[in-house]
Design a protein around this ligand. Sequence first.
Ligand SMILES: CSC[C@H]1O[C@H](OP(=O)(O)O)[C@H](O)[C@@H]1O
Ligand SMILES: Nc1ncnc2[nH]cnc12
Length: 289
Amino acid sequence: MPDQEATIGVIGGSGLYDMDGMTDVHYIDVDTPYGKPSDSVVVGTLEGTRVAFLPRHGRGHRINPTGIPVRANIYALKVLGVQRLISVSAVGSLKEDFAPLDLVVPDQIIDRTRQRHNTFFDEGVVAHVGFAEPFCPGASSVIAASGQEVGVTTHLGGTMIVMEGPAFSTKAESFMYRSWGAGIIGMTALPEAKLAREAEMCYATMAWITDYDCWHESEETVTVEMVVQNLLQNVAHSKEMLHKVIPQLVPSENCGCNAALKDAIITDPRGISEETKHKLRPIVGKYIN
Ligand SMILES: CSC[C@H]1O[C@H](OP(=O)(O)O)[C@H](O)[C@@H]1O
Ligand SMILES: Nc1ncnc2[nH]cnc12
């Protein structure tokens, strides 16, 4: 595999702006039809595997959740060869037994975002990917097993609310999300998960609980200070876990993530312009040439 390619991708969230222990490192600035990604992508070797790492808020946390160039991020990782993508996120808890510092590996998601581009298929070619199971079950199991191995309280499964932000929720919203049965809340897993599906990548999330949002009677309402304090411990666990997770992320025969577009493109290929084909080649080149 060439130096500037990687099959595994990691998107770092709040607090995770770099990865420890990578060797043979290249910083790559990728330009995409959707503009520049959040920052340079670091490609290096970790535990014998080529990995591409990208901090979604940019180094120094410059980009708010709404402003993250998610299409550019996913497109850039696809161009670099990424097939399986792990996302790391700080989240609030909506359930008593999901406590700060616990790890949740969600299996469902509810979209409460309003201002984001959430598809590669909005111009010139239409595709409808299946999203009933938004996270790759194989990659999710690997993350959960490694959480248990490093000794963190780990919950496999749970519904994640993705809100627009950047302000945190009102109490009324937080109670409503609880009544929906949701377990955690964050601001960034969408459209990331959807675009990763369109790009036929396995996608799973390591969601670290930093707070009880604002619904809890006896716990303090979320603040950035509280999130950051808990993040420091969560980030250390994330880094330790990534060393274990990455070498185990082998392709699974039955997850189907790598064939998400197989029956999803509805546009007659004869009507797709050369310009659109060129723009979307890394995403659809396997099906439309
Ligand atoms: C710093 S608190 C809110 C912020 O943290 C989470 O970011 P990420 O998912 O990238 O870890 C949350 O989604 C908000 O963007
Ligand atoms: N309570 C919360 N709401 C939304 N995003 C978060 N990230 C961390 N805590 C959060």
